[in-house]
Design a protein around this ligand. Structure first.
Ligand code: C5P
Length: 303
């Protein structure tokens, strides 16, 4: 069985507060994009096995696919370690990019294992929450509002279709680190441990481009990312890429999630293709893709 695991971008990401459990309370708008990994599941006798075509991608029991297998195996009432399935991962979503690749693979794997081993939907949702804050989103897809850790989800009306240029700088960012950098910045702004520093939020909001441009058919809400300023303080390349995408007439441009990928939204494919060519360099990889609405996501990601 073969399934596609689609990436996401965060059209907007606001850090609302810090929480006692070390997580941050968010208000984020997720958007699915057509870029995807492909997972192939083969049922055969023997120990569970995971292989990946990208040597940079871990294929041991730290991989969320492996952890998804473990959880579904146990949820089905079986004992010991999962077995009798081999998974091959064709990795196309860049790692440590804020595009949700690992989380999307995990959600795809949860769905497939739940079918193989007859696990109820409620157990699948519980496992998704346990595997990571972004994983539950990938059980739904499309345009969705995420509250709490980003895992309390509300489907939104699909945004108008847009072309997406993704720019990957030559470094990745760990999610944990990005939030720690945000904490430091918010702490300096004098509001550590409480509500998000208003000054910080406003600053990154305006630097992220503000509201939709007149005449554009991009998203009818603000695009911007509160983590962008904190990550760009360590990696100025992020801010340079955002500026370069705007100079290429992106309707909107911002860092996705905790980075390091930056996205630009375009109404017309030709404009997106031009920006894709202009932004690519020896040190920056670019990808041209498009948004994916919920019904398409659910059809294409179905098991
Ligand atoms: O849930 P996940 O494993 O993807 O999160 C990785 C790390 O990112 C967490 O350990 C936490 O430090 C940070 N995080 C956060 N607030 C969120 C989501 C993630 O602080 N809402």
């Amino acid at each position: 069985m073969r399934v596609q695991a689609f990436a996401k971008i965060n059209l907007s990401l606001r850090v609302v507060a810090t929480r006692d459990d070390g997580y941050h309370e968010l208000r984020t708008i997720f958007q699915s994009i057509a870029l995807h990994d492909t997972l192939t599941f083969t049922r055969r006798r023997g120990a569970f096995a995971l292989t990946a075509d990208d040597p940079a991608c871990p294929s041991d029991d730290t991989n969320l696919i492996w952890r998804a297998a473990d959880r579904m195996w146990k949820a089905s009432g079986r004992r010991g370690a999962p077995r009798d399935v081999a998974v091959h991962l064709k990795k196309r979503i860049p790692l440590q990019a804020g595009l949700g690749g690992g989380s999307s693979d995990a959600a795809a794997a949860l769905r497939v294992f739940a079918r193989f081993w007859r696990v109820a939907d409620t157990a699948v949702r519980d496992a998704a929450v346990a595997l990571g804050a972004d994983v539950p989103y990938f059980l739904e897809g499309g345009t969705a509002l995420g509250l709490d850790r980003g895992d309390l989800l509300f489907p939104l009306i699909d945004t108008p279709p847009a072309w997406v240029v993704l720019v990957m700088p030559p470094f990745g960012v760990s999610t944990k680190e990005a939030f720690a950098w945000w904490d430091q910045l918010a702490g300096r702004a004098g509001r550590a441990g409480g509500l998000a520093a208003p000054k910080l939020a406003r600053g990154s909001r305006s630097s992220a481009g503000g509201a939709r441009k007149a005449g554009g058919s991009g998203p009818a809400f603000e695009v911007g990312n509160d983590l962008e300023e904190a990550v760009a303080a360590r990696h100025p390349e992020i801010a340079r890429i955002v500026r370069a995408l705007r100079a290429e007439r992106a309707v909107q441009a911002a860092m996705s999630g905790s980075g390091s990928a930056v996205f630009g939204l375009f109404d017309r494919r030709a404009d997106a293709a031009r920006a894709d060519g202009a932004l690519a360099s020896k040190t920056r990889r670019t990808l041209l893709t498009r948004t994916l609405n919920r019904s398409k996501y659910q059809r294409l990601a179905a098991t």
